[in-house]
Design a protein around this ligand. Sequence first.
Ligand code: TRP
Length: 331
Amino acid sequence: MDEKKRIFSAIQPTGMMTLGNYAGAIQNWVKMQDEYECIYAVADLHAITVRQVPADFRKNAMQLMAILLACGIDPDKSLLFFQSHVHQHAELAWILNCYTQMGELSRMTQFKDKSAKHANNINAGLFTYPALMAADILLYQADLVPVGEDQKQHLELCRDIAGRFNGIYGDVLKVPEPYIPKVGARIMSLQNPTSKMSKSDTNVNGYILLTDETDTIIRKFKRAVTDSDAKVEFKEGKDGINNLISIYVAATGKTVEETVKEFDGKGYGDFKLAVGEAVADMLAPVTKKYNDLLANKDYLMQVYTKSAEIAEKIAMRTMRKVYKKIGFTEK
Ligand code: TRP
């Protein structure tokens, strides 16, 4: 009946999203809703691979739920729930752990990076994180997974695990394809435009949070690092300006060419102000909706509960097959 291809994606609740997350991923999540059957999760199980303070963690997770809805994830079109609410994620993860090799997990660059960063807490969950991610995707028999550069290796491993499982038991799990969005800006730090915009940046002027106030946004753009050419053009080596152009494009829907033409002969001061204003205009309704949603916990609960119920039904179908194929005794 439903011919649409299925997409699965998830995002970790690690504090307020940046403009980079929004323009790089979430804008695409929103767009994909019409063409695909989308299943989105707040990856709270993944988040505990790093120690969390319970009260902050709970708050962050709910805020992420609210901001995703505020950005335009539509619960009438897509599923949006907390990963921990659908217990099959953890169950399938255990099973897939038994079909994943230590060697494969040791080669994951994110594991190497994260264990260097959290040297005092290199837990087994951090190591087997990709098996949980594979479970997320394979539970729903997703056709496509939109992934950024940092998650490509994990998706590749997911495909290997699914292929291995199918090799033993027959066609049980759909092997997902990476989804490469047609557009999707890679937004860089405003202060150091050769590195990705990230809220772990020590300089707060490097990133824009989706909840930043208009004057904060404008101020941060005014301080953005540029160059000394004083010419708004998209060109190799002009990292700061290229980044500002990409942001302007993401915020206004204009093309790079239109943008370059618009600011021909104008100074960087004018350009930076225009980018700041465009971003502030784009985010103002998002922030407003976000605040309204956070004040309406009942509505949020209704959305994530209903989504999780539907997700669980799909997940159960996969689990039944998996259990049977493995040879567990039937209940
Ligand atoms: N690991 C991803 C990240 O940190 C989040 C994630 C969890 C995910 N499960 C997923 C992404 C499944 C895509 C598909 O960004």
